[in-house]
Design a protein around this ligand. Structure first.
Ligand code: NAP
Length: 315
C-alpha cells in the first residue's frame, strides 16, 4: 500500500504507536506524533516530528494536528495511580477529539477495548464506551478498534506471565482460570489500524488474534514452550491480587489491578467475532522462547523519563 496520507499518531515512541508509525512511514505517509516521550526515545529520527501532549491548551493541540488527514489515537492510561487517572484520560481524549475536528482531521482510528459498556462497573470499560460514543458523535469518520490483550516484543502481560513462571515456585490463576482471551499481535494491530486509516466508512472492529485460550491454558502453554514446569494453582481473586501486589512491591510496579482481574474473570477480553489478526501467540512464543520473561517488563518504568505533562511525570 502506498499513500500520501498525513497522519498524527499519539504515542508513536510507545508500544502500539511505534508499530503504527513504522507501517505508515513504510507506506510513504507523513507522520507526526503527539507524545510525552522525550526525543531520545524516537527510533525514527527526523522522519517523525514530535509535539508534546497539550490537552490543556486547545490552540496548541489544534495546531499539532492542523493539516493532518488521519489521527491514530492510542492514548490511554492503564490504571489509576497517584500521578495519572483514567478520569483525566477521558477528559484529555475528549479534548483531543475536539481539537482534531477543529484542525480538519478527516478520520480517527481510535483504540478502545473489547466489550466496552457505559453500564460497566469497571472504569476502564465504562470510560472506553464513553469515548467511543463521543467519537461516533463527533462528525469525523472513524474506525474504532477494540483490542483484547496485545502481545509483542515490548509486551507486558505475556512477558510477565513467563517471568513469574521462571521466578516463582508456582503460578496462581485467579479462580478456576476458565475465562478466555484472544491475544492479538501488536504488529497485526498496527496493520489493521493503518488499513483502516485508508478507509472512508465508519466501522467498529474487534481486534482479536487467531487463538482463543482460557487463562489457565495460556499460562500452561507459555510454561510448556519456555520449558518451565511449575504447578498452576487456583487462588481466590483477592489472594491473587495480594500476591500480585506483593510481587509488584519487589519490582516496583503495579503488576495487575483489582479491576483488571475482574475484567479478565468476567470474560471481557474475549468476543464472538472472527479473528482480525493472523499471528499465532503459540508460534510467536516459540520463536521468542529464550527472551520471553528473561526480564520483568515494568509498566511504571515505561512512564519514567516522560516529560512533565498534564498528568505529571514519574521521573
Ligand atoms: N496493550 C494492550 O494489551 C492493550 C489491550 C487492550 C486495549 N489496549 C488499548 O490500546 C491502546 C494502546 O495501548 P498501548 O499498550 O500501545 O499503550 P502505550 O503505548 O503504553 O500508550 C499509548 C499512549 O498513551 C500514553 N500513556 C500511557 N500511559 C500513560 C500515563 N500513565 N500517563 C500519560 N500518558 C500515558 C502514552 O504516552 P507517551 O506518549 O508518553 O508514550 C502513549 O501516548 C490504549 O488505548 C489501550 O487502552 C491496549
Amino acid at each position: 500500500m502506498v499513500t500520501n496520507q498525513k497522519s498524527v499518531v499519539t504515542g508513536a515512541f510507545g508500544y502500539s504507536g511505534k508499530y503504527i508509525a513504522r507501517r505508515l512511514l513504510d507506506s510513504g505517509a507523513e507522520v507526526r506524533t503527539i507524545t510525552n516521550a522525550p526525543e531520545s526515545q524516537n527510533p525514527f529520527g527526523s522522519r517523525v516530528k514530535s509535539l508534546p501532549f497539550s490537552f490543556d491548551d486547545h490552540v496548541r493541540l489544534v495546531a499539532a494536528m492542523r493539516g493532518a488527514t488521519v489521527l491514530y489515537n492510542t492514548y490511554w492510561v492503564r490504571f489509576n495511580h497517584a500521578n495519572f487517572k483514567q478520569v483525566d484520560a477521558v477528559q484529555n481524549t475528549l479534548a483531543l477529539f475536539r481539537a482534531a475536528r477543529e484542525a480538519g482531521v478527516r478520520r480517527v482510528v481510535h483504540f478502545s477495548i473489547t466489550n466496552p459498556s457505559e453500564e460497566s462497573p469497571l472504569e476502564y470499560f465504562r470510560s472506553k464506551a464513553i469515548l467511543e460514543k463521543a467519537l461516533i458523535g463527533s462528525g469525523m469518520s472513524y474506525a474504532i478498534l477494540r483490542p483484547t490483550v496485545l502481545f509483542g516484543p515490548e509486551d507486558v502481560l505475556v512477558n510477565n506471565i513467563a517471568w513469574l513462571l521462571r521466578k516463582f515456585p508456582f503460578f496462581g490463576v485467579f479462580g478456576d482460570g476458565s475465562y478466555q482471551l484472544q491475544p492479538m499481535f501488536v504488529d497485526d494491530m498496527a496493520k489493521l489500524a493503518v488499513a483502516q486509516g485508508e478507509e472512508n466508512g465508519s466501522h467498529i472492529i474487534d481486534a482479536i488474534g487467531p487463538e482463543t485460550f482460557t487463562y489457565r491454558e495460556l499460562v500452561t502453554q507459555i510454561g510448556r514452550i519456555i520449558g518451565v514446569s511449575k504447578p498452576i494453582v487456583s487462588v481466590p481473586p483477592a489472594i491473587g491480587h495480594l500476591i500480585g501486589w506483593a510481587a509488584g512491591k519487589i519490582v516496583n510496579d503495579i503488576i495487575i489491578t483489582r479491576e483488571e482481574i475482574k475484567g479478565l474473570m468476567a470474560g471481557l477480553l474475549c468476543t464472538n467475532s472472527k479473528p482480525t489478526g493472523e499471528t499465532s501467540l503459540t508460534e510467536w512464543v516459540t520463536a521468542n522462547r529464550d527472551m520471553l520473561g528473561a526480564r520483568y517488563a515494568s509498566e511504571l518504568s515505561r512512564r519514567k523519563g516522560r516529560m512533565t505533562g498534564p498528568l505529571g511525570s514519574l521521573s
